[in-house]
Design a protein around this ligand. Structure first.
Ligand SMILES: [Zn+2]
Ligand SMILES: [Zn+2]
Length: 332
């Protein structure tokens, strides 16, 4: 099968990805083989390609927002008949036994593994995944519109849970890419007032068409204090900016897996009055199920740019340079 592998992690301009011909993988016990219809491009893929996240094995196929159909089921599988439409996401496995797994916090499992990092992902014709970590998907939606839900959607949903936005509250969203534009739509549907702060004029325009109350520059002050904020941009310098924009008792959740350095915080301006700074780490399967049920019942508008499978390197380059709004999706 055709695939892309991370051959030489480094700046995206140095072409870290390489085309490869790989054998179609065989599903092991408990695994399904999925034929890929579409795979969305996540900023984490860019961090893996550029080496911000160190490789865990050589020449791994990236991609963890995969829509496809079960092509074969391995031994000891029960969940999916061949032909079933499924999604494969970032969380690939957890131990199920550690203190975090037992407390419903499997996203913190020290033995967790990840699609496209610990195992080959969806920038390929096929991939295998443990069936317990695979999600059923609706038959009728285009693969291109479903793929971004699998990480951008799910992680944004967890970030929204983590920022403790009160009902009808004022939410600030810093950075407005694939995940943010999906998260904003849930918050608005639930009655929040959403203020978007981002450097991209095109993203500010998209935010307003999706129902944001305001859209300003990344370091601007929102028009009113915020009850909660989510930082989607991987820019540590925005942490104090967002903390300063919070009202008393507000919470800032940092959604990214990678963040540049955070400048010094000033206790009085950034944290006192019970403001809280939190991170968001991956997601649990319950988050995935919760979000996908919500997105199936109330389908969001998913802004996508389709790239042919052959153009994965160009899609990552365009993501690095902010050349599109919404999510890039590789379509086979
Ligand atoms: Zn565990
Ligand atoms: Zn992702």
């Amino acid at each position: 099968m055709d695939a892309w592998v991370v051959a030489r992690p480094g700046p995206i301009t140095s072409h870290p990805l390489e085309r490869a011909r790989l054998p179609v993988p065989a599903p092991g016990p408990g695994e399904v083989l999925v034929e890929v219809e579409a795979c969305a491009v996540c900023r984490t893929d860019l961090h893996l390609a550029e080496g911000d996240l160190p490789p865990r094995r050589p020449r791994t196929v990236p991609g963890h927002e995969v829509v496809g159909r079960v092509a074969a089921a391995g031994p000891d599988t029960v969940r999916f008949a061949p032909g079933t439409r499924v999604g494969v996401a970032w969380l690939r496995s957890t131990c199920g036994r550690c203190r975090y797994c037992r407390r419903g916090m499997e996203n913190l499992c020290p033995a967790s593994t990840y699609t496209g990092w610990d195992a080959d992902g969806g920038y390929a014709g096929y991939l295998t995944a443990p069936e317990d970590y695979v999600y059923p998907l609706p038959e009728d939606a285009p693969a291109e519109k479903l793929a971004p839900l699998l990480c951008a959607g799910i992680i944004g949903y967890r970030a929204l849970l983590r920022c403790d936005l009160p009902a009808g509250g004022r939410l600030g969203i810093y950075g407005f890419g694939a995940s943010a534009h999906l998260t904003a739509q849930i918050a608005i549907a639930q009655g929040a007032t959403v203020h978007v702060l981002t450097r991209s004029a095109g993203a500010r325009e998209l935010a307003m068409t999706l129902g944001a109350a305001s859209a300003g520059g990344a370091a601007d002050s929102p028009p009113e204090p915020l009850d909660a904020a989510i930082l989607f941009a991987p820019a540590g310098e925005l942490v104090p900016v967002a903390l300063a924009a919070l009202d008393r008792g507000g919470t800032l959740a940092v959604a990214g897996i990678h963040l540049s350095d955070i400048p010094a915080l000033d206790y009085r301006r950034h944290l006192f009055q019970e403001r809280t700074l939190r991170s968001v780490t991956a997601n649990t399967r319950a988050d995935g199920r919760g979000y996908l049920e919500l997105a199936t019942a109330y389908p969001p508008r998913v802004a996508t740019v389709a790239y042919p499978f052959d153009a994965a390197d160009r899609a990552l380059d365009d993501l690095a340079a902010d050349r599109f709004e919404g999510a890039a999706v590789l379509v086979r």
